[in-house]
Write a protein that binds this ligand. Structure first.
Ligand code: NAD
Length: 264
């Protein structure tokens, strides 16, 4: 079997439905022979995630709320019992109150700031610690980020601040875990119509803007993100760590509106 993920075991965190970025990466990895486990947040999502997991031959499907250390512990305990080790993790989890994903960042409340940073940034560190314990011979940890970490995007607000912290933690974790061969990277995806994105103000406008102004003149697809995610969790990227890889049809290199971009 020449497929590149045969013999690899990975945990996929953050599937909500078949439009989830986590699902795109899961499919790409499963197509290449990876064995997968999934987590879902709360009972309401279980009925969506379980059938998707079954589609890729996985029956290891566990609840996990990343705001609870005990909940994360439980998942890694189960994985250790079932597999004895782990090769990769995809962390595709973020949350902020949608009342604060519109208007001005300056109005962010303390409560939502802490919750947003907890779920969207700290959870990756909490997961990395436990995952690395199951990776004595190395592995790959991948999180999802967005260009709003680097540049100000309308309405992205506190989520941009959380992504900036997440990208910095990718670098710190890469150093901490590099000695045991664990790689840590971020995939910075262009805007995609998912459940999480539906909370962001004027999201249709943002999608159009990216479509008209990115070098490839289109938005990214689940297959685009799946392919790049597969590269980062596989042995194709064994020399890559601490990196934030843009999968955005090139949008991040552009300095101004395209001269031929239509009005939105
Ligand atoms: P999604 O809604 O499909 O996925 C978000 C996931 O986060 C859901 O599965 C949700 O259950 C999970 N989650 C939220 N709070 C949680 C908690 N307390 N415990 C456990 N899980 C929790 O949306 P998505 O767009 O696929 O988002 C995945 C990642 O990609 C996020 O980090 C997001 O910021 C990032 N991202 C999205 C875009 C985009 O435009 N959609 C662009 C760049 C980066």
């Amino acid at each position: 079997d020449p497929r590149i993920m045969v013999g690899k075991r990975g945990l996929i965190m953050g599937v909500a439905n078949d439009r989830s970025i986590a699902w795109g990466i899961a499919k790409a990895a499963a197509d290449q022979g990876a064995q997968l486990a999934f987590t879902y947040q709360g009972e309401a999502l279980e009925k969506r995630v379980r059938p998707l997991a079954e589609q890729v031959g996985s029956s290891l499907v566990e609840p996990c709320d990343v705001t609870e250390d005990g909940s994360i512990d439980r998942v890694f305990q189960k994985l250790g019992d079932a597999w004895g080790g782990l090769d990769f993790v995809v962390h595709a989890i973020a949350y902020s109150d949608k009342e604060e994903l519109k208007g001005k960042y300056v109005a962010t409340s303390r409560d939502n700031f802490l919750r947003t940073l907890d779920i969207s940034c700290y959870s990756f560190t909490a997961v990395a610690k436990r995952a690395a314990d199951l990776m004595p011979n190395g592995g790959s940890l991948l999180t999802l980020t967005y260009y709003g970490a680097e540049r100000v995007m309308p309405h992205y607000n506190v989520m941009g601040v959380a992504k900036a912290a997440l990208e910095a933690s990718v670098r710190y974790l890469a150093v901490d875990l590099g000695g045991q061969g664990v790689r840590v990277n971020g995939l910075s995806a262009g805007p995609m119509k998912t459940l999480a994105a539906s909370g962001i103000g004027d999201f249709r406008y943002i999608l159009k803007w990216n479509q008209y102004n990115s070098p490839l003149r289109r938005n990214v697809t689940l297959e685009d993100v799946g392919g790049a995610g597969l590269y980062l969790v596989s042995d194709l990227s064994t020399g890559v760590t601490g990196e934030v890889h843009h999968v955005d049809c090139g949008y991040n290199i552009v300095g101004m509106k395209a001269v031929d971009a239509p009005d939105i």
